[in-house]
Write a protein that binds this ligand. Structure first.
Ligand code: IMP
Length: 430
């Protein structure tokens, strides 16, 4: 069987512009699958004059006729997902081939409440979560106390399961947090009706995927967040509660490792991060402010200003290895225009040691000073450049420097939010 699959994975702390790249690539795909995360993600996709902000739905929903799958590895907020679907319908986008895994876990109002309470308790050690209930929903999945989309198919079983869950949760609310818990009636107000509206979309999605791959359909696995927010490989505990790395696609979509095919990493031309946690190349000066404003670096989901830094080659090296990137797409490249010089961290100085690999221990990471390579910047606006030759020599030099540093091929360079603001350097990967 000849496979034609591609995983699109964030290589930094999320917000790398995966939505734009997936949307660009989705044109060639038959099936687009999201494999982890939930409404903590926010994709902004620009189609002509229209701006779409997606949270659960893969970017492929904007193309008619594509099969879109919300995989079992995600956590879904039924209320948010219904309003996302309604918003699209109001704007004339009807996702007629949307399938939701019947094994996907649901985010319930008690998860959101717990997200808020747990962050409060952490006080000085806040993760800075998106407050969407993501962590508590994944905790319940692992604790074997989760509610799955398929549980909503049978009313009696649903009530029985929820009665037990509420009993456990309400003990926690009363005894640990001294706050009011939730009743079945509370859930009937909004969440359960929304969960029932999703029933027509439920399917055994790994079976569907296997059938599509058997037919030779092109499948695109879409990761949310990024490698440095991965629960195992990120800057733990300042991470999200799922596995955005390419390996997560096997579990979260229900496919075998050999079915993942090529992995395309997405990186910004600089680095951003939202929420707490160490950030070695962070810029707290006017250059950081300039990049934030020019790159409109404010969260799609929460509106929070993002922290800005130079490109971190150590973190990227880590991401290339963990994910098996052979190709990278660079996004927000146009934002760097106007800088006299551009820095890239190639290693970290930790006391007398030079570290080339990203350390696991955050106390070590906090004491690391980036070792920078300084490259010449360029003045020209590159947002309408259509090919490599149209870029200034300094910009081309930045690209080849990264290829050498990370031993990857740069396949795509994005110079603006529109689909046609994408320079294709290599399209053999998909
Ligand atoms: P949670 O995923 O809401 O639990 O948040 C955990 C951490 O991941 C926080 O630092 C969030 O800011 C970060 N995070 C979660 N989703 C995204 C995203 O889509 N982009 C960037 N950061 C994210």
């Amino acid at each position: 069987m000849k496979l034609s699959t591609l995983a699109v994975v964030g290589s930094q702390w999320g917000d790398e512009g995966k939505g734009k790249i997936t949307d660009f690539l989705a044109e060639r795909a038959d099936v687009i699958v999201r494999y982890q995360g939930g409404p903590n993600a926010g994709h902004t996709v620009v189609v002509g004059k229209d701006i779409f902000k997606l949270h659960h739905l893969p970017s492929g929903v904007l193309y008619p006729g594509k099969i879109c799958i919300l995989g079992n590895g995600m956590v879904l907020d039924p209320v948010t997902l219904c309003s996302e679907l309604n918003n699209l319908k109001e704007r004339g986008v009807v996702p007629d081939k949307l399938f939701i895994s019947d094994r996907v876990h649901l985010i319930m109002p008690y998860h959101k409440k717990l997200d808020e309470l747990e962050e409060k308790v952490r006080s000085g050690n806040k993760i800075g979560t998106t407050m969407r209930g993501i962590g508590p929903a994944y905790v319940d999945k692992i604790f074997r106390l989760g509610l799955r989309s398929g549980d909503v198919q049978n009313e009696n079983e649903l009530r029985e399961k929820l009665a037990f869950i509420l009993q456990m949760k309400n003990e926690l609310f009363a005894k640990l947090y001294d706050v009011q818990g939730f009743t079945m009636e509370d859930l009937e107000e909004e969440y359960l009706p929304a969960a029932r509206m999703l029933l027509p979309y439920l399917a055994d999605t790994p079976v569907l995927l296997a059938e599509e791959m058997e037919k030779g359909s092109k499948v695109l696995f879409e990761g949310a967040q990024g490698t440095m927010l991965d629960i195992d490989h990120g800057t733990y505990p300042y991470v999200t509660s799922s596995s955005p790395v390419s390996g997560g696609a096997c579990i979260g979509a229900g496919v075998a490792p050999f079915q993942i095919g090529t992995v395309l990493g997405i990186t910004k031309a600089y680095t951003t991060r939202v929420g707490g946690g160490p950030f070695p190349t962070e810029l707290k000066d006017h250059i950081g402010d300039m990049i934030r404003e020019k790159g409109k670096e404010y969260g799609t989901t929460t509106g929070r200003p993002r922290r800005i830094g130079w490109l971190d080659g150590v973190a990227l090296r880590h991401a290339c290895r963990i994910n098996g990137f052979y190709y990278l797409a660079i996004t927000l490249f146009d934002v760097l225009s106007g800088l006299e010089t551009i820095k890239v961290a190639t290693a970290y100085q930790y006391g007398s040691q030079l570290l080339e690999h990203f350390p696991a221990n955050l106390n070590i990471l906090e004491k690391c000073n980036p070792v920078y390579m300084e490259l010449n910047g360029w003045e020209e606006d590159i947002s309408e450049a259509k090919n490599l030759q149209a870029l200034p020599p300094q910009a081309r030099n930045y690209i080849s420097f990264l290829e050498e540093l990370l031993r990857v091929k740069i396949a795509l360079v994005s110079v603006g939010p529109r689909r046609d603001q994408t320079i294709v350097l290599n399209d053999k990967f998909y």
